[in-house]
Ligand binder design. Structure first.
Ligand code: FES
Ligand SMILES: [Fe+2]
Length: 347
């Protein structure tokens, strides 16, 4: 598969990578090993030794994080991919003993991988997702959900939230979003925002019960911002009809998808809210969210993928509905960005 290269992909939650640990993770068809350097910064190498191609992630992190030792014959590589120790013969380090380093970063509680040449990594392209990091722990629910589908189906899923009215009816959906008209705003070549606003419907159960007067008509908003390749920030909230948003309940959520391989996607979600802030409330809300994601979205995405098989999405001539405008715009933008890279790389 051809991936967008001049871009940052989420590689994990920052706290998935503890000091002293080697984290093996395949991203964009490439097995990588992540670790923390002695200064705590994050590093990643191709997870394949230069000697006989053993996975470095099965080895040891040495010297406080300064080098990774191959499990097979003990070559050591530093964070730049250079071999720094050869326990064999005279100890001379062969010139070819190098593994490919990756440009990585840590920002907003997330690990990021630059998919292009490390030398061209541009940290100004990491989207600002700091809003979720400001939420208190007891108003935060995060999770990791590997899903057997193409990563773009996950973007479709979040950019067309009318599915909440059907797939999540009774919990996250109340019918209002399907009746609302999606507004799509173009935010440049790498980003799109889709907004659904409604007034007069009762909010879905997950919001209604937290309004000052449950059961009354509400004003509701759902706003998703997609950034290429597959980073989505979502605000969903409700307030009593006619009242300012500040008097209602709001959530800020991240949906982060990174291809593992052509048919498998790493998916991280990070949900925060400005209401029901307590350990008890978190314990009550977590199963509702987890049920929707693990028992409804994930099985749907995987069964869509089984029906699609290896066919190219557009070749199946998908029918377009009113709610698809944002998702289609995002797919077109991603296709255009990838096509431009392919054209630029052609001889
Ligand atoms: S395979 Fe790594 S040192 Fe031999
Ligand atoms: Fe969903």
């Amino acid at each position: 598969m051809t991936y967008l290269r001049h871009a940052w992909y989420v590689a994990g939650f920052a706290d998935e990578l503890a000091p002293g640990q080697l984290l093996a993770r395949t991203l964009l068809d490439e097995p990588l090993v992540f670790f923390r350097r002695p200064d705590g910064g994050v590093a990643a190498l191709q997870d394949r030794c230069a000697h006989r191609f053993a996975p470095l992630s099965a080895g040891l992190l040495c010297d406080g994080g300064a080098a990774v030792q191959c499990p097979y014959h003990g070559l050591r590589f530093d964070a730049t991919g250079a071999c720094v120790h050869n326990p064999h013969g005279t100890g001379v380090i062969p010139r070819a003993a190098r593994v490919k380093p990756c440009a990585v970063a840590q920002r907003d509680g997330l690990l990021w991988l630059w998919a292009g040449d490390a030398a061209s990594a541009d940290e100004s392209l990491i989207p600002d997702l700091s809003a979720v990091t400001r939420a208190p722990e007891h108003a935060t629910i995060r999770g990791y959900l590997p899903t057997a589908c193409d990563y773009r189906l996950l973007a479709d899923n979040i950019l067309d939230l009318t599915h909440a009215d059907f797939l999540h009816a009774g919990s996250l959906g109340s019918g209002a979003i399907t009746r609302a008209q999606a507004q799509v705003v173009d935010l440049g070549e790498r980003s799109v925002r889709v907004t659904w606003l409604s007034s007069g419907d009762q909010a879905p159960a997950a919001f209604d019960e937290h309004l000052r007067e449950p059961g009354r008509p509400a004003d509701q908003w759902t706003e998703v911002t997609w950034t290429a390749p597959c980073v989505m920030q979502l605000h969903v909230g409700a307030t009593l009809q006619g009242e300012p948003r500040e008097r209602g309940v709001d959530t800020c959520n991240l949906h982060l998808a990174t291809p593992e391989t052509a048919g498998r996607t790493h998916y991280w979600y990070w949900s925060t809210r400005n209401f029901a802030i307590s350990a008890e409330a978190n314990a009550a809300i977590r199963p509702v969210i987890e049920f929707a994601f693990t028992q409804q979205d994930k099985p749907m995405l995987e069964s869509q993928q089984r029906r699609i098989g290896s066919a190219e999405f557009w070749s199946l001539r998908p029918v377009m509905l009113a709610g698809d405008a944002g998702a289609v715009r995002a797919r077109r933008k991603l296709d255009a960005l990838i096509a431009a890279e392919v054209a630029a790389a052609a001889p």
